[in-house]
Design a protein around this ligand. Sequence first.
Ligand code: SAM
Ligand code: MG
Length: 214
Amino acid sequence: TKSTRPQRLLKAVQKHSTRGDPQSVISAIDHFCRHREWAMNVGDEKGSILDSVVSELNPEKVLELGTYCGYSTVRIARLLPPGARLITLEFNADYAAIARQVIAWAGLEDKVQLVEGASGDWIPRMKEHFGIETFDFVFLDHWKDRYLPDTKLMEDCGLLRKGTVLLADNVICPGVPDYLEYVRNSLSYKSCYFKSHLEYTKAEDGLEKSVFLG
Ligand code: SAM
Ligand code: MG
């Protein structure tokens, strides 16, 4: 039977990157997606914005919504301080299986907990199941109709604190108008847009960074 795109992406990682070297894993995936097959990773251009937000924040507790093959997981985890933890949620078992191998290949499995399941089911269980008080940083990159309900769910579950940073991908393409309208007009957030391009294309897209004010 024909292989899937995530399986071919993993093969490219194993062939063209160095085990234990996250930067080489990132480069191998970007090269594969730019020259072979497009895939829905945050990509290199928006990825460098993601890098600067993570580096500036130096977060200890991170939540990622939407793992796919683990590209952004590797990107974020490689910048985390010792002892920091990244929980990433993925509800597609085939993608999760690939992501586990990509994360392990990058040598980052000690920093990353990949949780299989839907965000709406797991967010309410974060405190009891993982002993999380609050997250310092949340990267939203799952299905776009879930950004707003999951943000409200994180608020209701007490997972955000004054200063928690939400970074949302694809706010222009495909776009998340309900989420943008909420974080830009709510007095509980200070929000700003980072203009960029849709991964591996020239189409406008960007990231919205929203600081929770409590
Ligand atoms: N963040 C990844 C990166 O940049 O490398 C890309 C993530 S991809 C755009 C979105 C992923 O979210 C898909 O793999 C999809 O299966 C997953 N997903 C979508 N809705 C979800 C939900 N409600 N809970 C868990 N995973 C979800
Ligand atoms: Mg995205």
